[in-house]
Design a protein around this ligand. Structure first.
Ligand code: ZN
Length: 137
């Protein structure tokens, strides 16, 4: 199993997101006042500043907006991964998330911009929180 770093909790703004991840949900927020889609989790709307946000669960489907491949990492938590991707994924609900594309043999050739992907919650060697990553569909 991978050993990606864990969130540093408790943390007020992101706690609901991470509890969602534990429950198998990819959570985001919408503004009750202006309907803006808000991500990453926070206390106020990024468009109008309202504090009236509703947390929702995304379907977890989206497309690769862009990506890069890390071929050499000196961080010990990523040593066993080999070459791995760092990708922005556009979720169908209208937010963009930084994550990784998994389930490809060679991330340098098999990931494409616009590729449809779906979230999965990757269990880790240590820690209580799985990490949301995306797999091509
Ligand atoms: Zn708003």
């Amino acid at each position: 199993m991978p050993n990606r770093p864990q969130p540093d909790l408790p943390e007020h703004d992101t706690a609901a997101f991470w509890e969602g991840v534990k429950a198998g949900e990819l959570r985001y927020q919408t503004c009750n006042d202006c309907k803006e889609v808000v991500f990453t989790p926070r206390a106020h709307c990024t468009a109008c500043g309202s504090g009236k946000l509703t947390t929702k669960a995304a379907k977890g489907t989206g497309t690769v907006y862009t990506y890069s491949v890390v071929r050499q990492s000196r961080h010990p938590n990523f040593a066993d991964l080999g070459a791995y991707s760092v990708a922005y994924v556009d979720l169908d609900e209208g937010f963009r998330m930084l994550s990784s594309i998994v389930g490809v043999n060679d991330p340098t050739t098999e990931i494409k911009i616009g590729m449809p992907v779906k979230v999965e919650f990757e269990k880790q060697d240590t820690g209580d929180y799985p990490i949301p990553v995306f797999r091509p569909v």
